[in-house]
Design a protein around this ligand. Structure first.
Ligand code: HEC
Ligand code: HEC
Length: 299
Protein backbone atom coordinates (compact mmCIF):
# COMPACT_ATOMS: atom_id res chain seq x y z
CA UNK A 1 0.00 0.00 0.00
CA UNK A 2 1.33 3.51 -0.84
CA UNK A 3 1.92 5.68 2.29
CA UNK A 4 -0.80 8.12 1.31
CA UNK A 5 -3.33 5.32 0.92
CA UNK A 6 -2.26 3.87 4.26
CA UNK A 7 -2.74 7.24 5.98
CA UNK A 8 -6.13 7.69 4.31
CA UNK A 9 -7.17 4.21 5.48
CA UNK A 10 -6.03 4.92 9.05
CA UNK A 11 -7.84 8.28 9.18
CA UNK A 12 -10.96 6.64 7.81
CA UNK A 13 -10.71 3.83 10.40
CA UNK A 14 -10.22 6.37 13.21
CA UNK A 15 -13.27 8.35 12.05
CA UNK A 16 -15.33 5.19 11.88
CA UNK A 17 -14.20 4.16 15.38
CA UNK A 18 -15.07 7.68 16.66
CA UNK A 19 -18.53 7.49 15.08
CA UNK A 20 -19.05 4.01 16.55
CA UNK A 21 -18.20 5.32 20.06
CA UNK A 22 -20.57 8.29 19.64
CA UNK A 23 -23.30 5.95 18.40
CA UNK A 24 -22.76 3.44 21.22
CA UNK A 25 -22.71 6.21 23.84
CA UNK A 26 -25.55 8.35 22.41
CA UNK A 27 -27.90 9.83 25.07
CA UNK A 28 -30.54 7.28 26.05
CA UNK A 29 -34.08 8.08 27.04
CA UNK A 30 -36.99 5.95 28.26
CA UNK A 31 -40.56 6.22 26.98
CA UNK A 32 -43.55 7.29 29.16
CA UNK A 33 -44.49 3.63 29.81
CA UNK A 34 -41.83 3.60 32.59
CA UNK A 35 -44.14 5.83 34.66
CA UNK A 36 -47.47 4.40 33.46
CA UNK A 37 -50.20 4.05 36.10
CA UNK A 38 -48.33 5.84 38.90
CA UNK A 39 -50.38 8.39 40.86
CA UNK A 40 -48.43 11.46 42.08
CA UNK A 41 -48.44 12.40 45.78
CA UNK A 42 -47.25 15.97 46.45
CA UNK A 43 -46.50 15.40 50.16
CA UNK A 44 -44.26 12.42 49.41
CA UNK A 45 -42.65 14.47 46.61
CA UNK A 46 -41.77 17.18 49.15
CA UNK A 47 -39.85 14.60 51.19
CA UNK A 48 -37.99 13.33 48.10
CA UNK A 49 -37.11 16.96 47.24
CA UNK A 50 -35.78 17.64 50.74
CA UNK A 51 -33.86 14.36 51.06
CA UNK A 52 -32.36 14.80 47.57
CA UNK A 53 -31.08 18.31 48.31
CA UNK A 54 -32.32 19.95 45.10
CA UNK A 55 -32.63 23.40 46.73
CA UNK A 56 -29.00 23.64 47.96
CA UNK A 57 -27.91 23.59 44.30
CA UNK A 58 -30.85 25.13 42.42
CA UNK A 59 -31.92 28.00 44.72
CA UNK A 60 -30.36 31.41 44.07
CA UNK A 61 -26.94 31.81 45.75
CA UNK A 62 -27.44 32.90 49.39
CA UNK A 63 -31.20 32.28 49.37
CA UNK A 64 -32.67 31.56 52.83
CA UNK A 65 -36.00 30.36 54.24
CA UNK A 66 -38.90 30.49 51.79
CA UNK A 67 -36.62 31.93 49.07
CA UNK A 68 -34.89 28.52 48.87
CA UNK A 69 -38.03 27.24 47.15
CA UNK A 70 -37.53 29.61 44.20
CA UNK A 71 -35.33 27.36 42.05
CA UNK A 72 -34.01 30.11 39.78
CA UNK A 73 -30.48 28.64 39.56
CA UNK A 74 -27.28 30.67 39.41
CA UNK A 75 -25.15 28.81 41.97
CA UNK A 76 -21.66 28.17 40.59
CA UNK A 77 -19.58 25.00 41.03
CA UNK A 78 -15.82 25.15 40.38
CA UNK A 79 -14.16 21.89 39.25
CA UNK A 80 -10.98 20.77 37.47
CA UNK A 81 -13.07 20.69 34.25
CA UNK A 82 -14.31 24.31 34.48
CA UNK A 83 -17.11 26.14 36.29
CA UNK A 84 -20.71 24.93 36.09
CA UNK A 85 -23.79 27.04 36.85
CA UNK A 86 -27.01 25.45 38.10
CA UNK A 87 -29.94 26.14 35.73
CA UNK A 88 -33.43 27.45 36.52
CA UNK A 89 -35.65 24.42 37.32
CA UNK A 90 -38.62 26.42 38.62
CA UNK A 91 -42.02 25.78 36.95
CA UNK A 92 -41.68 28.88 34.73
CA UNK A 93 -42.70 27.68 31.22
CA UNK A 94 -39.99 29.76 29.45
CA UNK A 95 -37.05 30.09 31.85
CA UNK A 96 -37.62 26.90 33.86
CA UNK A 97 -39.03 23.41 33.34
CA UNK A 98 -42.75 24.27 33.45
CA UNK A 99 -43.39 22.51 30.14
CA UNK A 100 -41.67 19.25 31.12
CA UNK A 101 -43.66 16.03 31.44
CA UNK A 102 -42.82 13.68 34.36
CA UNK A 103 -41.01 11.40 31.89
CA UNK A 104 -38.69 14.31 30.97
CA UNK A 105 -37.74 14.65 34.66
CA UNK A 106 -37.23 10.86 34.83
CA UNK A 107 -34.87 10.96 31.83
CA UNK A 108 -32.90 13.85 33.36
CA UNK A 109 -32.56 12.18 36.79
CA UNK A 110 -32.24 8.56 35.66
CA UNK A 111 -30.46 8.79 32.30
CA UNK A 112 -28.76 12.21 32.49
CA UNK A 113 -30.52 13.08 29.22
CA UNK A 114 -32.32 16.35 28.37
CA UNK A 115 -35.73 16.51 26.65
CA UNK A 116 -33.94 17.53 23.42
CA UNK A 117 -31.65 14.49 23.64
CA UNK A 118 -28.38 15.89 25.01
CA UNK A 119 -26.14 14.54 27.77
CA UNK A 120 -26.09 16.39 31.09
CA UNK A 121 -22.84 16.91 32.97
CA UNK A 122 -22.50 14.63 36.00
CA UNK A 123 -22.07 17.65 38.32
CA UNK A 124 -25.87 17.27 38.26
CA UNK A 125 -25.68 14.14 40.43
CA UNK A 126 -27.75 11.80 38.23
CA UNK A 127 -25.15 9.08 38.89
CA UNK A 128 -26.84 8.96 42.34
CA UNK A 129 -30.40 9.89 41.28
CA UNK A 130 -30.34 6.95 38.81
CA UNK A 131 -31.29 4.88 41.87
CA UNK A 132 -34.58 6.78 42.42
CA UNK A 133 -37.74 4.74 41.79
CA UNK A 134 -40.31 5.75 39.13
CA UNK A 135 -42.77 6.54 41.98
CA UNK A 136 -40.26 8.89 43.65
CA UNK A 137 -39.77 10.78 40.36
CA UNK A 138 -43.52 11.07 39.72
CA UNK A 139 -44.03 12.42 43.27
CA UNK A 140 -41.10 14.83 42.88
CA UNK A 141 -42.42 16.13 39.55
CA UNK A 142 -45.80 16.89 41.19
CA UNK A 143 -44.12 18.72 44.07
CA UNK A 144 -41.80 20.78 41.81
CA UNK A 145 -44.89 22.00 39.90
CA UNK A 146 -46.24 23.59 43.13
CA UNK A 147 -43.16 25.82 43.65
CA UNK A 148 -43.03 29.52 42.64
CA UNK A 149 -41.93 30.20 39.03
CA UNK A 150 -38.89 32.41 38.35
CA UNK A 151 -38.35 34.22 35.03
CA UNK A 152 -34.53 34.40 35.53
CA UNK A 153 -32.85 32.82 32.47
CA UNK A 154 -30.36 29.97 33.07
CA UNK A 155 -26.72 31.04 32.77
CA UNK A 156 -24.20 29.17 30.57
CA UNK A 157 -21.37 27.07 32.04
CA UNK A 158 -17.80 28.31 31.74
CA UNK A 159 -15.94 25.26 30.36
CA UNK A 160 -12.79 25.07 28.24
CA UNK A 161 -12.58 22.80 25.19
CA UNK A 162 -12.88 19.73 25.11
CA UNK A 163 -15.09 19.72 28.24
CA UNK A 164 -17.52 22.03 26.47
CA UNK A 165 -18.46 19.15 24.11
CA UNK A 166 -21.40 17.25 25.62
CA UNK A 167 -21.11 14.30 23.20
CA UNK A 168 -17.96 13.18 25.05
CA UNK A 169 -20.05 12.62 28.20
CA UNK A 170 -21.43 9.42 26.66
CA UNK A 171 -18.12 7.74 27.33
CA UNK A 172 -18.21 8.90 30.97
CA UNK A 173 -21.71 7.45 31.32
CA UNK A 174 -20.65 4.15 29.73
CA UNK A 175 -17.88 3.91 32.33
CA UNK A 176 -19.61 5.16 35.47
CA UNK A 177 -23.41 5.35 35.21
CA UNK A 178 -24.70 2.26 37.06
CA UNK A 179 -28.16 1.78 38.60
CA UNK A 180 -27.17 -0.77 41.29
CA UNK A 181 -26.55 -0.13 45.01
CA UNK A 182 -23.02 0.46 46.29
CA UNK A 183 -23.79 -1.31 49.61
CA UNK A 184 -25.16 -4.48 48.10
CA UNK A 185 -27.50 -7.18 49.29
CA UNK A 186 -30.70 -7.45 51.32
CA UNK A 187 -30.32 -5.04 54.22
CA UNK A 188 -32.39 -4.98 57.43
CA UNK A 189 -34.29 -1.80 58.39
CA UNK A 190 -33.37 0.92 59.13
CA UNK A 191 -30.15 0.38 57.13
CA UNK A 192 -32.13 -0.20 53.92
CA UNK A 193 -33.92 3.15 54.33
CA UNK A 194 -30.52 4.72 55.09
CA UNK A 195 -29.22 3.32 51.81
CA UNK A 196 -32.10 4.95 49.88
CA UNK A 197 -31.30 8.33 51.44
CA UNK A 198 -27.48 8.13 51.27
CA UNK A 199 -27.09 6.52 47.83
CA UNK A 200 -30.20 7.48 45.80
CA UNK A 201 -31.37 10.80 47.21
CA UNK A 202 -28.93 12.79 49.36
CA UNK A 203 -25.98 11.83 47.10
CA UNK A 204 -23.53 11.86 50.06
CA UNK A 205 -20.97 9.98 47.92
CA UNK A 206 -20.75 12.79 45.37
CA UNK A 207 -18.79 14.82 47.92
CA UNK A 208 -17.45 12.28 50.42
CA UNK A 209 -16.08 9.63 47.99
CA UNK A 210 -12.77 9.87 46.07
CA UNK A 211 -12.96 9.91 42.25
CA UNK A 212 -10.98 8.36 39.42
CA UNK A 213 -8.91 10.58 37.09
CA UNK A 214 -11.96 10.79 34.79
CA UNK A 215 -14.27 11.89 37.60
CA UNK A 216 -16.09 8.62 38.35
CA UNK A 217 -16.91 7.73 41.96
CA UNK A 218 -14.86 4.89 43.40
CA UNK A 219 -16.80 2.05 45.07
CA UNK A 220 -15.88 -0.74 47.46
CA UNK A 221 -13.46 0.10 50.24
CA UNK A 222 -13.03 3.68 48.90
CA UNK A 223 -16.77 4.48 49.27
CA UNK A 224 -17.34 7.53 51.55
CA UNK A 225 -13.70 7.63 52.68
CA UNK A 226 -13.34 11.37 51.98
CA UNK A 227 -12.05 13.34 49.00
CA UNK A 228 -10.47 16.65 48.04
CA UNK A 229 -12.95 19.47 47.42
CA UNK A 230 -13.02 19.93 43.60
CA UNK A 231 -12.85 23.71 44.06
CA UNK A 232 -9.28 23.11 45.27
CA UNK A 233 -9.93 24.30 48.85
CA UNK A 234 -9.99 21.74 51.69
CA UNK A 235 -11.28 18.18 51.91
CA UNK A 236 -14.60 16.40 52.37
CA UNK A 237 -14.13 14.30 55.53
CA UNK A 238 -13.90 10.51 55.71
CA UNK A 239 -17.26 9.14 57.00
CA UNK A 240 -16.16 5.55 57.64
CA UNK A 241 -15.41 4.19 61.10
CA UNK A 242 -12.89 4.26 62.68
CA UNK A 243 -11.82 7.51 60.90
CA UNK A 244 -15.17 8.95 62.01
CA UNK A 245 -15.65 7.47 65.50
CA UNK A 246 -18.98 9.15 66.34
CA UNK A 247 -21.78 7.12 67.93
CA UNK A 248 -25.14 6.82 66.16
CA UNK A 249 -26.54 9.38 68.61
CA UNK A 250 -23.68 11.79 67.74
CA UNK A 251 -24.49 11.40 64.04
CA UNK A 252 -28.23 11.97 64.57
CA UNK A 253 -27.42 15.08 66.64
CA UNK A 254 -25.17 16.44 63.84
CA UNK A 255 -27.86 15.79 61.19
CA UNK A 256 -30.43 17.55 63.42
CA UNK A 257 -28.56 20.58 64.78
CA UNK A 258 -25.27 20.66 62.84
CA UNK A 259 -23.28 20.31 66.07
CA UNK A 260 -20.35 17.88 66.21
CA UNK A 261 -19.57 16.02 69.48
CA UNK A 262 -17.04 18.78 70.31
CA UNK A 263 -19.52 21.59 69.62
CA UNK A 264 -18.12 22.62 66.27
CA UNK A 265 -20.89 23.40 63.77
CA UNK A 266 -21.27 22.12 60.21
CA UNK A 267 -19.80 24.55 57.72
CA UNK A 268 -19.66 25.04 53.95
CA UNK A 269 -22.04 23.07 51.79
CA UNK A 270 -22.61 20.60 54.66
CA UNK A 271 -24.57 23.31 56.50
CA UNK A 272 -27.09 23.23 53.61
CA UNK A 273 -27.14 19.41 53.65
CA UNK A 274 -27.87 19.50 57.41
CA UNK A 275 -30.68 22.04 56.88
CA UNK A 276 -32.40 19.51 54.60
CA UNK A 277 -31.63 16.45 56.78
CA UNK A 278 -33.03 18.31 59.80
CA UNK A 279 -36.33 18.80 57.95
CA UNK A 280 -36.77 15.03 57.42
CA UNK A 281 -38.52 12.72 59.92
CA UNK A 282 -36.22 11.74 62.81
CA UNK A 283 -36.42 8.08 61.67
CA UNK A 284 -34.67 9.06 58.42
CA UNK A 285 -31.73 10.66 60.26
CA UNK A 286 -31.43 7.50 62.39
CA UNK A 287 -31.50 5.42 59.20
CA UNK A 288 -28.60 7.43 57.70
CA UNK A 289 -26.62 6.99 60.93
CA UNK A 290 -27.29 3.21 60.90
CA UNK A 291 -26.06 3.04 57.29
CA UNK A 292 -22.83 4.90 58.11
CA UNK A 293 -22.14 2.56 61.03
CA UNK A 294 -22.08 -0.36 58.53
CA UNK A 295 -19.06 1.16 56.73
CA UNK A 296 -16.41 0.65 55.46
CA UNK A 297 -17.37 -1.65 52.58
CA UNK A 298 -15.20 -4.50 51.33
CA UNK A 299 -13.73 -4.47 47.80
C1 HEC B 1 -24.72 19.33 43.20
C2 HEC B 1 -25.66 20.28 42.67
C3 HEC B 1 -26.98 19.77 42.12
C4 HEC B 1 -27.95 19.04 42.78
C5 HEC B 1 -27.90 18.47 44.19
C6 HEC B 1 -29.06 18.94 41.88
N1 HEC B 1 -28.76 19.54 40.69
FE1 HEC B 1 -29.97 19.68 39.10
N2 HEC B 1 -28.43 20.42 37.99
C7 HEC B 1 -27.23 20.86 38.50
C8 HEC B 1 -26.40 21.37 37.42
C9 HEC B 1 -25.02 21.98 37.54
C10 HEC B 1 -27.16 21.20 36.23
C11 HEC B 1 -26.72 21.53 34.79
C12 HEC B 1 -26.26 20.25 34.09
C13 HEC B 1 -25.89 20.44 32.64
O1 HEC B 1 -26.01 21.56 32.12
O2 HEC B 1 -25.50 19.46 31.99
C14 HEC B 1 -28.43 20.63 36.64
C15 HEC B 1 -29.49 20.34 35.77
C16 HEC B 1 -30.75 19.97 36.18
C17 HEC B 1 -31.89 19.84 35.30
C18 HEC B 1 -31.90 20.13 33.80
C19 HEC B 1 -32.44 21.53 33.57
C20 HEC B 1 -32.48 21.95 32.12
O3 HEC B 1 -32.76 23.13 31.89
O4 HEC B 1 -32.21 21.15 31.22
C21 HEC B 1 -32.95 19.46 36.07
C22 HEC B 1 -34.39 19.22 35.62
C23 HEC B 1 -32.47 19.34 37.42
N3 HEC B 1 -31.14 19.66 37.46
C24 HEC B 1 -33.27 18.98 38.49
C25 HEC B 1 -32.77 18.67 39.75
C26 HEC B 1 -33.56 18.08 40.81
C27 HEC B 1 -35.05 17.79 40.72
C28 HEC B 1 -32.71 17.88 41.85
C29 HEC B 1 -33.00 17.21 43.18
C30 HEC B 1 -33.55 15.84 43.03
C31 HEC B 1 -31.40 18.36 41.43
N4 HEC B 1 -31.49 18.83 40.16
C32 HEC B 1 -30.27 18.33 42.21
C33 HEC B 1 -26.85 20.79 39.82
C34 HEC B 1 -27.51 20.06 40.80
C1 HEC C 1 -22.06 19.06 48.65
C2 HEC C 1 -21.11 18.31 49.37
C3 HEC C 1 -21.60 17.42 50.50
C4 HEC C 1 -22.64 16.52 50.50
C5 HEC C 1 -23.62 16.22 49.38
C6 HEC C 1 -22.63 15.90 51.80
N1 HEC C 1 -21.62 16.40 52.56
FE1 HEC C 1 -21.14 15.82 54.47
N2 HEC C 1 -19.71 17.26 54.54
C7 HEC C 1 -19.36 18.11 53.51
C8 HEC C 1 -18.37 19.05 54.00
C9 HEC C 1 -17.73 20.17 53.20
C10 HEC C 1 -18.13 18.72 55.35
C11 HEC C 1 -17.21 19.44 56.34
C12 HEC C 1 -18.06 20.43 57.08
C13 HEC C 1 -17.28 21.32 58.03
O1 HEC C 1 -16.06 21.42 57.85
O2 HEC C 1 -17.90 21.89 58.91
C14 HEC C 1 -18.98 17.59 55.66
C15 HEC C 1 -19.04 16.97 56.92
C16 HEC C 1 -19.80 15.84 57.21
C17 HEC C 1 -19.79 15.14 58.47
C18 HEC C 1 -18.93 15.51 59.68
C19 HEC C 1 -17.64 14.74 59.60
C20 HEC C 1 -16.54 15.32 60.44
O3 HEC C 1 -15.53 14.60 60.57
O4 HEC C 1 -16.64 16.45 60.92
C21 HEC C 1 -20.67 14.12 58.39
C22 HEC C 1 -20.99 13.07 59.44
C23 HEC C 1 -21.24 14.16 57.04
N3 HEC C 1 -20.69 15.23 56.36
C24 HEC C 1 -22.19 13.28 56.56
C25 HEC C 1 -22.83 13.45 55.33
C26 HEC C 1 -23.93 12.62 54.91
C27 HEC C 1 -24.50 11.43 55.68
C28 HEC C 1 -24.33 13.10 53.70
C29 HEC C 1 -25.52 12.67 52.88
C30 HEC C 1 -26.77 12.66 53.62
C31 HEC C 1 -23.45 14.21 53.36
N4 HEC C 1 -22.56 14.38 54.37
C32 HEC C 1 -23.54 14.93 52.19
C33 HEC C 1 -19.88 18.11 52.24
C34 HEC C 1 -20.97 17.34 51.80
Amino acid sequence: MRPIALIATLVFAALLAGLAVLWLTAPRADGPEVLAGLEPDVARGALVFTAAGCAPCHAAPGAEGEARLVLSGGMRFASPFGTFTAPNISPDPEAGIGRWRPIDLWNALHNGTSPDGRHYYPVFPYASFIRMTPQQVVDLAAYLATLPPSPAPSQPHDLPFPFSIRAGLGLWKALYLRPGWVMQGDLPEPVARGRVIVEALAHCGECHTPRTALGGLKGGSAWLTGAPDPSGKGRFPDLTPPALDWSEADLVEYFTTGFTPDYDSAGGHMALVVEDLAALPEADRRAVAAYLKRLPLAD
